[in-house]
Design a protein around this ligand. Structure first.
Ligand code: PLP
Length: 396
């Protein structure tokens, strides 16, 4: 009989020639468990998803409650579904006043797609600026914004009138003009290897967009829901974008995303033609119930208040000559090494020793550290000891 690992390779699509192949049987809190007694501390959070840990009891309770009521009942935007209403209301209550409508999607990429559409229709312009080394999703519209043309080649032609600026480079901002519909930026670049922009830069982007009448879209898909030490990373900069993209950590482990804007912008999808953006499953009631519970946990358990201290512990413990730099904000961290071989060797060693870390799409010489915000100080110490042990065993 074939093992699950063999069936995985045989029957499910792979996205690379070297999947990690770590088999998971169950997950709880900051831990993942394998079928043969393996226990891993998850320092990746399923790629910035499990901000409140895996299977938080409040999320499970909310899911169970909703399971007993209804699952899918109709396409998004028609029936009044209490979990959507409650989640939208709560989300808007923690966002600045300009955000007064939420459109729920299934994923981050779909949030990107929706935001591009409303920005183009609202401004009646076509040009969109994204940043080099950006990642906003893999669907073809979102992929057009990917600031790494190696990923475009096989899928061209993608969307026209997409242009790129360098992230955190004020000198490029003059390229944004009255022809520009929108500028889309990650609030902190994730897949570029965690690049934190200067607050002054973000303020200049805001000003330039205001000056030329372009909308500013912040992708908070990776930075959202407390990861950087604020509920949303835009709060670090003292400015507000026009549209926010959410997903990943939003759902407490369930699939959901959203784009959030002012009603004046959002309403363009309502007419000429009607149904300008529709989705069957977007805002699934079970995902919305989970997302509301997750947001409530972040707030009630005051998880954000501990993020900086925990991040500081990682920075303090992870002192090693092979680490050139520790970049990041809050628990969105990156250890800059020299080569991919080192990254691979350390991740494999750590996995074998029960610690999950990973790397980045556009920066394969750095290690990703993005644990659940609920990680304890002891767990941080244990995980860092394993990483240091791995570093001490580096070849050469
Ligand atoms: N935007 C950012 C910043 C991301 O990190 C990701 C996923 O990694 C996405 C968008 C796409 O989200 P999804 O995978 O849910 O489509």
């Amino acid at each position: 009989m074939l093992t699950n690992r063999q069936l995985f390779l045989l029957n499910t699509a792979q996205t690379s020639h070297s999947p990690r192949l770590i088999e998971i049987e169950r997950a709880e809190g900051v831990y993942l468990y394998g079928p043969n007694g393996e226990k891993y501390i998850d320092l990746v959070s399923g790629f910035a998803v499990s901000n409140i840990g895996h299977r938080h009891p409040k999320v499970l309770e909310a899911i169970t409650h909703q399971l007993n009521k209804y699952l899918h009942v109709t396409v998004y935007g028609e029936f009044v579904q209490a979990p959507q209403v409650a989640l939208a209301t709560k989300l808007l209550s923690v966002l600045p006043d300009r955000f007064d409508t939420v459109y729920f999607t299934n994923s981050g990429a779909e949030a990107t797609e929706g935001a591009m559409k409303i920005a183009k229709k609202f401004t009646r312009r076509r040009e969109i600026f994204a940043a080099h080394k950006a990642y906003h999703g893999s669907t073809q519209g979102a992929l057009s914004l990917m600031g790494n043309t190696e990923y475009h080649r096989a899928y061209a032609p993608l969307l026209p009138e997409i242009k790129f600026i360098h992230y955190n480079a004020p000198a490029d901002l003059h390229q944004i003009t009255t022809d520009t519909a929108a500028v889309i930026l990650e609030a902190i670049q994730g897949e570029a290897g965690i690049r934190v922009p200067d607050a002054d830069y973000m303020r200049s982007v805001r000003k330039r967009c205001d000056d030329v009448g372009a909308l500013l879209i912040f992708d908070e898909i990776q930075t959202g829901f407390g990861r950087t030490g604020k509920l949303f990373a835009f709060e670090h900069y003292g400015i507000e974008p026009d549209i926010i993209l959410l997903a990943k950590g939003m759902g407490g482990g369930m699939p959901i995303g959203a784009f959030v804007a002012n009603r004046s912008v959002m309403d363009v999808i309502k007419d000429n033609p009607i149904l300008g953006h529709i989705t069957t499953f977007g805002g699934h009631p079970v995902s919305c119930a989970a997302a509301l519970a997750s947001l409530q946990v972040i707030l009630d358990e005051r998880l954000i208040g501990h993020v900086d201290r925990k991040a500081q512990l990682f920075r303090q413990y992870l002192q090693h000559p092979a680490i050139h730099e520790i970049r990041g904000k809050g628990l969105m961290l990156c250890l800059q090494l020299n080569t991919f071989a080192q990254v691979e060797q350390i991740s494999n060693y750590c996995a074998a020793q029960g610690v999950i870390i990973d790397w980045f799409l556009h920066c394969e010489t750095a290690l990703r550290i993005a644990p659940p915000l609920t990680i304890s100080e002891d767990e941080i110490r244990t995980a860092c000891d394993v990483i240091l042990d791995a570093l001490s065993k580096l070849d050469g």
